[in-house]
Design a binder for this molecule. Structure first.
Ligand code: ACM
Length: 510
């Protein structure tokens, strides 16, 4: 830690932090004082520090490192914590277990970066600087979306991905499980979703519209046990996994598996081998809603998260316009035209989820078109955040020019292939204010926060995912957790934080 600092170089920046002279040293004599209900936090701290330090940090009533739950600490909310380190001990306090889990990530960052290594680090003294920290997040939603539909990733990598989210106090892992090019979650009643829908014959080379293909089949699906295990693993780190099942568009993989769900039941379709927006969408007949409800029942079984994302964007309505059955459905439902079936479809599914105690989430095209129960993710334009919030929707700001990590992070020629049309540099991510300036207090209060998106049309490997994600996710975490706007301060903290990413072996952008 540099000598001139008055606050430690943490990412995200804590609300209040003051360095004091002196250190506390973790060594073989250090034990944990584990307050009632804090056992999961003690387990996490022990398991995170053991590989590098070799310390076992067992429990003891007079342990020097105290983890304490105190529901009287009202001002800290669900995720806040207080951390005091003096030469004699460490006191981490929170009102909820999640707050302790956040504080543990801070303790990790306060140690020398070698503490984050996966292998034993001999010859390092495990010094914690004396510090007083009170830390409460600015926004309750700090998310990261990973698209495993375009390119499948093994669950072992998803666990590592969750570890890195937790380090940055990102609390929502949005898992994009289905799309035109692949369906990755098994559903017992519809085995062909993964057997057929989980595999495509080839991938395009180049952006949407490209006519050259790699000729290499791509596929993969998780088991239910893997997904349930991922949910538990993330929960132990204070991260919620929010699944996304796309409907009624971006559903070509499901249509390849079950053509009767489409608008032309006699047609056979392949799992899409193009990128972009696909014209083939789900039909609007009863069988489709039975299918969606059955799928979502299983999704709710595996994913206990309150929020469940059903996609909803980029749904061409041409097939409905040309289908007599869809036109009849629209008329019977009293809709002005088949295009209105889009909102009607989402409304039916949203009602179903609400009846089951869940909160439906959708991508907004404009912020003005979704049924009222939806939490919306605005991605096309920051103005949509305001539109949606003023209509009463809870909103997560996902503006593409600040949060889409599939765009290159610089215009340098050595950058790997990326989504064309924009550069999203580190500074743009850090500068992104989730709450629009024009928002009044009521609208501002509906903005839950922000999240990063990594669509993977051009991204096939874990190393490439990490290259695109870091350090840009550090910037998003900083802005989302602390509201920090000082770019120079972030840059200087990031310089020290980079040593932590290196110790973790993260393949980050230089
Ligand atoms: C999106 O980028 N399709 C939400």
């Amino acid at each position: 830690m540099s000598a001139h600092r008055t606050a430690p170089a943490l990412v995200p920046r804590p609300t209040e932090a003051a360095l004091r002279p002196g250190h506390f040293t973790l060594d073989r004599s250090t034990a944990l004082h584990v307050g009632a209900g804090a056992e999961p936090a003690a387990d996490l701290l022990g398991s995170l520090l053991a590989p590098a330090t070799g310390l076992s940090l067992g429990p003891s009533p007079d342990g020097q490192v105290a983890l304490v739950l105190d529901t009287g600490l009202g001002g800290l909310g669900e995720e806040g914590y207080g951390l005091t380190i003096d030469p004699h001990g460490v006191l981490l306090r929170a009102a909820h277990l999640t707050g302790l889990l956040r504080g543990i990530q801070t303790i990790r960052q306060l140690l020398p970066p070698q503490a984050l290594s996966a292998t034993p680090q001999r010859g390092t003294r495990w010094l914690l600087p004396c510090v007083d920290i009170t830390d409460v997040p600015r926004h309750p939603w700090r998310g990261a979306m990973l698209d495993v539909a375009r390119h499948f990733q093994p669950v072992s990598f998803l666990r590592r991905y969750v570890d890195l989210l937790a380090l940055h106090k990102i609390n929502v892992f949005h898992l994009h499980l289905t799309d035109d090019q692949g369906w990755r979650m098994p559903v017992a009643a519809f085995p062909k979703l993964t057997e057929i829908g989980g595999h495509r014959a080839a991938s395009p080379q180049g952006p949407a519209g490209s006519d050259t293909y790699d000729g290499v089949p791509h596929g993969g699906a998780y088991t239910r046990a893997e997904l349930a295990g991922l949910v538990r693993y993330a929960a132990a780190r204070g991260v919620t996994v929010m699944p996304e099942i796309e409907m009624p568009g971006h559903a070509r993989a499901a249509l390849a598996a079950y053509p009767s769900l489409g608008n032309h039941p006699e047609r056979t379709l392949d799992v899409w081998t193009r990128w972009g927006v696909c014209d083939t969408v789900l039909g609007v007949h009863d069988e489709v809603f039975d299918f969606c409800r059955t799928v979502l029942d299983e999704v709710m079984d595996v994913f206990p998260a309150p929020y469940l994302h059903i996609g909803g964007e980029e749904c061409p309505t041409t097939e409905w316009t040309h289908s007599a059955a869809a036109r009849e459905r629209a008329a019977a439902a009293g809709l002005p035209n088949p295009g209105a079936l889009h909102g009607w479809f989402l409304g039916k599914i949203g009602d179903f989820l609400v009846r089951h105690g869940r909160r439906p989430v959708c991508w907004a095209e404009t912020g003005a078109e979704l049924p009222p129960d939806f939490t919306v993710m605005t991605w096309r334009d920051p103005a949509h955040t305001l539109t949606a919030a003023r209509r009463g929707h809870p909103v997560v700001s996902a503006y593409y020019r600040a949060t889409y990590l599939d765009y290159a992070q610089s215009d340098a020629p050595h950058e790997p292939p990326a989504q064309p049309g924009a550069v999203v540099d580190l500074r743009a991510v850090h500068a992104h204010a989730p709450v629009p300036e024009e928002a009044d207090a009521q609208a501002a209060g509906r903005v839950l926060g922000t999240q990063a998106q990594l669509w993977t049309e051009f991204v096939t490997t874990p190393a490439h995912i990490e290259y695109l994600t870091y350090p840009r996710l550090c910037a998003l975490a900083d802005r989302g957790w602390s509201g920090a706007t000082d770019w120079a301060d972030f840059r200087s903290r990031l310089d020290e934080h980079t040593a932590r990413l290196d110790a973790l072996g993260v393949h980050h952008h230089p």
